[in-house]
Design a protein around this ligand. Sequence first.
Ligand code: OGA
Ligand code: MN
Length: 295
Amino acid sequence: MLAQAAANTSPHIVIKPSGLALGADIVGADIPNLSEAGMEVIRQALADHLVVRFRAAAPSDRDFQTFAARLGPLRGSPDYTRSRPVYMADAPLVTVISNIVEAGQSVGEHGDGELNWHTDLGFEDEPAGFTFLLAREVPASGGNTHFANMYRAGDALPAVLRTRVERLRCKHQASHNAQGGKRPGYQDIETDDPREMPGPVHPLLRTHPLTGRKALYLGRRFGAYVPGLPLARSEALLDELWAHAALPENVWAQEWQVGDLVVWDNRCTMHRRDSFRGQGNRRMHRLVTRGERPV
Ligand code: OGA
Ligand code: MN
């Protein structure tokens, strides 16, 4: 459990909640020069608001990586990233999320299409802790990133449903990415039966290791399966849970400006991205902290 640090006692840092289900701006934080007390204010803001934004932060890649590492041990992205050739020399764990193509080569991952609701790296045994996106280029419109508060989604479940899912787990299929394409290493997977798809099984309600609160943990709808249930009952249960997950009152959307640094906690949020096809270049620099096996 985090101590209840007084959020606004650091003289230079002010937390401005979005007023919606999650999300807050952190104003006055000098990213490259934060004291330990300042870091504690940021950790508490993440515990309280789940997603935080530093507007016009624009740190160097090196300062970005140094800052992120103060929130947890960083991990590389899986090695199938297309951004491997453009990893930053002075910040080797930074990867690129972008639609930009230079000399026939993708500069980063994920193109310009919509990304469906997901949590990062749920398809691994130890999914991501925090994800950091730093906006270097933004399109004229589109490409907003929406976040859902999964504590609230869990708390809002009807009591009978909540009791039921407390004992159930869900498979997070590993073979397909957020756009439905096959991940490298899974080219031979032919099945579209969720029961047959590979991937780790995680609890449907997980306890956050820092806050002690329980959050609904869904990952991605496509290919999900509740082991032990007949397929039709698994599908019906997951549809019912998803109907509670991303209700408008559970969501806050980030409209990107160049220099924005956004940090989210994958253990208690999901996110999705709007398409920005035809709207120009978008380039995000990204870091991820190691998470733990969900329990
Ligand atoms: C990610 C992701 C969304 C976006 O980097 O994990 O989902 O807005 N990005 O680019
Ligand atoms: Mn993501």
